[in-house]
Design a protein around this ligand. Structure first.
Ligand code: SAM
Length: 327
């Protein structure tokens, strides 16, 4: 029975981003410091059974959608096994994955079979050398993963590109053409001041409102719609099926429609990407909490959700790295 989850500001919360690890096999300069060592330890990680219990409690009180993320989710061992346990939860309508695609060629078939339908892939550059400079990783692996995901039949496949002035802003049109060629959706993202890395990268911040105007000079843009209810505002490229989403947490925040919370691998629920409000589930799970009390804890946690982030007014605020919160 779904009764719905509503936060103190009247927003329905129906979406959980589930981070299954804070580790990552890339080091995007705006996300994780190259020498970062403060990863959580395995004993702090929620086990698959603990994850299943918490997610099941969320679903039983109204959550409909879960996106598996990280860190890089594919570095967590046996991820397809977790995915099939979550996909089997009655009431969960949509299970998706965010990945850097480095290891996707290897896991795409198993993940699809496990019940993941939709994937988002981070891709900031189509130039191998530039990709390496941004991420320290190999572009050919990511493209191999993407093509395998396409072959297997994930739909839609969304490309997430963090747009940074002087780093990759000259590639936006190329990325649009790439997405047209492969029938991918493109989501352009403004750089957020999350952690020291994100704050340092903010010097490359580019207001995406200007990018929309620039794209309109090259492509005919129609008003777009994209199922999924996320924060992106979409336009469609005329003569194609391709949508481009603009995720503008800085130039035009979308907190009033925020429908999500983030569960970190250590069982901390973060109520907002840009605030420290949180609730700890791990101690409750390890103390043997009942299902009914766990559901009550979920309802209580949602009452802690703040009204909005303050990336603009208070960019020094978020000290934890994106990989810890779960992107
Ligand atoms: N590893 C997975 C991936 O690559 O999609 C999931 C986690 S990753 C942290 C999620 C997304 O957050 C990626 O698209 C990444 O580019 C984005 N991201 C990380 N730090 C960011 C920042 N400071 N500003 C904007 N986006 C950021």
């Amino acid at each position: 029975m779904h009764t719905g989850l509503t936060d103190p500001f009247g927003r329905g919360v129906e979406y959980v981003r589930l981070s299954v690890t804070d580790r990552c096999d890339l080091r995007c300069f705006y996300c994780l410091p190259g020498d970062y060592r403060e990863f959580s330890e395995p004993e702090e990680w929620l086990t698959f059974s603990e994850i299943e219990r918490v997610i099941s409690a969320f679903v039983s009180v109204g959550v409909r959608r879960v996106r598996i993320t990280g860190g890089e989710p594919l570095v967590r061992k046996n991820l397809p096994a977790l995915a099939s346990r979550l996909a089997a939860l009655p009431g969960l309508d949509d299970l998706s994955l965010s990945t850097n695609a480095v290891a996707l060629a290897r896991y795409a078939a198993a993940l699809h079979q496990a019940g993941i339908g939709r994937i988002n892939v981070s891709l900031d550059s189509l130039q191998a050398e530039r990709f390496r400079e941004i991420t320290r990783g190999r572009l050919d692996k990511v493209l191999g993963g993407l093509m395998e995901a396409k072959r297997i039949g994930f739909a839609p496949i969304k490309i997430n590109m963090v747009v940074m002035q002087g780093i990759n802003d000259d590639e936006i049109e190329d990325m649009v053409e790439f997405c047209i060629a492969h029938d991918f959706t493109l989501r352009l993202i403004e750089t957020m001041p999350i952690g020291d890395t994100g704050r340092n990268a903010s010097s490359h911040y580019l207001d995406l409102q200007t990018v929309k105007e620039r794209l309109a000079r090259r492509f005919t843009l129609l008003p777009g719609v994209m199922p999924g209810g996320g924060p992106a505002r979409y336009v469609q490229i005329a003569g194609s099926n391709v949508n481009i989403g603009f995720i503008t947490p800085i130039s035009q925040h979308f907190c009033e429609t925020c429908n999500r919370v983030r569960l970190a691998v250590d069982g901390t629920l973060y109520l907002c990407l840009g605030q420290e409000h949180k609730f700890e589930f791990r101690p409750l799970l390890r103390a043997g909490i009942s299902d009914a009390d766990l559901q009550a804890a979920v309802r209580h946690a949602i009452t802690l959700k703040p009204e909005r982030h303050e990336f603009r007014e208070n960019p020094g605020q978020v000290v934890r790295f994106m990989a810890r919160t779960g992107g």
